[in-house]
Write a new protein. Structure first.
Ligand code: NAD
Ligand code: ZN
Ligand code: ZN
Length: 344
């Protein structure tokens, strides 16, 4: 069996032969249906040694769905062949955050030296994925794991971010999404489903803006030197209550800050190392800035409910495991229509 592993920092990952381990007590072996390729993986591959506390090698892929293949001793409530989503942030399972289902905020993360499968431990870019506990699995119902995998990050992360902003998103308000890629296409739909806000998509690629329009977004703004003025115009000079930056460069942060209205919220999700200068007049008065991380288990169940109701469309491009490097290259080049999902 094969797995796409990060073997050395700043070196291209490799597709390698790996052994499949039988699930130990409490563990569940998943036959991978699909695993999404996330831009965070590209960041990860490019990091120098010592930045992340992860032991190498490990298998990439933190956005996975599949079928239960084998149950470790003591695991109940799951059946072989059952389709499941794999909740990605793997915490200690015992701290208060984990008990609240917020393993993305596990208090023991530094002891664990990993953030989950595919981010420090073996993930889903493989034929099989060993999940440490059945608490991390969500029954998938009728959805196909190959299409549903992006729910666990591309949809869950913006869902978690948008939920925190919902009280601001009243009738007459405006929400701006910068970056209409894998996460952004989900963010745009989630805003439309969850709020009465007017939703505006911003992207540097005309193809991504066309896709945003297909997903029902009325206003699409090309990210260039005119974007700030264009956003001002669209909001009648007032600015937006909510701006979500899914890119996170200096330029997009400046665009986001400039698009806010007083008391607005800037939510930074994109991890590109851009810096937002902060001083009293850096943002309109009384704005808030938040950088949310992934999402909680209950939120994943909520996202799944939206998908099951047909209210979230996933633009999935499938790649067999042998072509995983090609999928990442398309992601790097910006030539994907939506999310690349590796289907071993
Ligand atoms: P993606 O490549 O699919 O999407 C990025 C989009 O941004 C593309 O459509 C691209 O055309 C667009 N873009 C690039 N430069 C732009 C610019 N200057 N102005 C406007 N648009 C621009 O990536 P993704 O997988 O959706 O990930 C998005 C970001 O979210 C990444 O930085 C990733 O690391 C981050 N991320 C964060 C979390 C978190 O928990 N905070 C979780 C997952 C991903
Ligand atoms: Zn991710
Ligand atoms: Zn914990």
């Amino acid at each position: 069996s094969k797995a796409y592993q990060l073997i050395e920092w700043q070196q291209p990952p490799e597709l390698r032969d790996v052994d499949i381990r039988e699930p130990g007590p409490g563990e569940v072996l998943i036959k991978v249906g699909g695993t999404g390729a996330c831009r965070t993986d590209l960041n990860l591959m490019g990091l120098p040694a010592g930045v992340m506390p992860y032991a190498l090698p490990f298998t990439l892929g933190h956005e996975t769905a599949g079928w239960v293949e084998a149950l470790g001793a003591g695991v109940t409530g799951l059946e072989r062949g059952e389709p499941v989503l794999v909740y990605g942030p793997w915490g200690c399972g015992r701290c208060i955050s984990c008990r609240q289902g917020a393993e993305n905020h596990c208090e023991r993360v530094s002891e664990l030296r990993s953030h989950g499968g595919g981010v420090g431990r073996d993930g889903g870019m493989a034929h099989y994925l060993l999940v440490p506990s059945s608490r991390l699995l969500v029954p998938l119902g009728a959805l196909d794991p190959r299409d549903a995998a992006p729910l666990t990050d591309a949809a869950l992360t913006p869902y978690h971010a948008i939920k925190q902003a919902l009280p601001r998103l009243v009738p007459g308000s405006t929400a701006v999404v910068i970056g209409a890629g894998g996460l952004g296409q989900m963010a745009l739909q989630l805003l439309s489903v969850l709020s009465p806000s007017r939703v505006i998509a911003v992207d540097a690629s005309p193809e991504k803006l066309a896709r945003a329009r297909e997903l029902g977004v009325q206003d699409a703004v090309l990210s260039n030197e005119h974007a700030a003025g264009h956003l001002r115009e669209l909001t009648h000079g007032r600015g937006a209550e909510f701006v979500m930056d899914l890119v996170g460069t200096h330029d997009t942060l400046a665009l986001a800050a400039g698009a806010l209205r007083p008391r607005g919220q800037l939510t930074l999700v994109g991890i590109s190392g851009g810096v937002l200068p902060f001083h009293f007049f850096a943002l309109p008065l009384e704005c808030q800035v938040v950088a949310p991380y992934w999402g909680t288990l209950p939120e994943l169940v909520e996202v799944l409910a939206l998908a099951e109701a047909g209210r979230l469309r996933m633009t999935v491009e499938r790649f067999p495991l042998e072509r995983v490097a090609e999928a990442y290259q398309h992601l790097r080049d910006g030539t994907l229509k939506g999310r690349a999902v590796i289907t071993p």
